[in-house]
Design a protein around this ligand. Sequence first.
Ligand SMILES: Nc1ncnc2c1ncn2[C@@H]1O[C@H](COP(=O)(O)OP(=O)(O)OP(=O)(O)O)[C@@H](O)[C@H]1O
Length: 261
Amino acid sequence: MASTVLKFRDVSVVRDGNTILDGIDWTVESDERWVVLGPNGAGKTTLLQIAAAAMHPSTGTAEVLLESLGKVDVFELRPMIGFASTAAARKIPRNETILDVVLTAAYSVSGRWNEEYEEIDLRRAQRVLAEWRLDSFADRRFGSLSDGEQKRVQIARAVMTDPELLLLDEPAASLDLGAREELVGLLGGYASSPASPAIVMVTHHAEEIPQGFTHALLLRDGKVVTSGPFAEALTSETLTETFGLPIELTERDGRYAARAS
Ligand SMILES: Nc1ncnc2c1ncn2[C@@H]1O[C@H](COP(=O)(O)OP(=O)(O)OP(=O)(O)O)[C@@H](O)[C@H]1O
């Protein structure tokens, strides 16, 4: 049975006098896969920071995995949340092996010190590497991988702990067409599995929405333009309103493309 993983009520974030998020109401259930779209500066990353329990709202209430931010020890909450972002990737030592990058997630550290790993964690890391087509890279250094390979490692690290909520901040940014399609295909397979957790992915491009995703939240100037199942929330009209120019959205076999009309 589905359970609620995120419940934001009238969430606002104010920084240096600027309202970055403004009165956000948003609920995510465990069987939903969300994409968050909006122009640069709309507040997407800030929204994800709250979902990751890495930031509190200035006003309003945010429940993450049924716990209210501000009332819960976030260090207990965070191991249940997988978060892949460029900021998290910067913390990965470039000389760490891929196996260790993924394995250290189980111990909530980046950079191997001298932990004794359990056999069960090792086996899980090897399974996760295979799922994300990284098994042949296990002994390679993180810094020696291509951008596309590094993105897959970041996601493998984020899912290593078997999280209840997976947050992805622009996972396909800067990838070439082949690397993007490989990643979107892998994410589509993962998202389509009933065993996968709730997913929220921030992206700039409709072409990067994997198959199996179900819901969209469209943000503009820190406010929700629309949110809900794709049939209502991801349309030419809602994208036109969000981006402030006429946009035509097309869909084929669960993949999307958007262009100015
Ligand atoms: N600490 C801060 N102080 C002041 N303004 C901030 C702060 N952090 C973010 N902002 C501003 O808040 C706005 C939203 O930022 P955010 O990174 O959430 O947007 P975004 O939708 O993810 O943007 P992008 O698509 O460009 O990554 C931006 O205008 C940004 O400059």
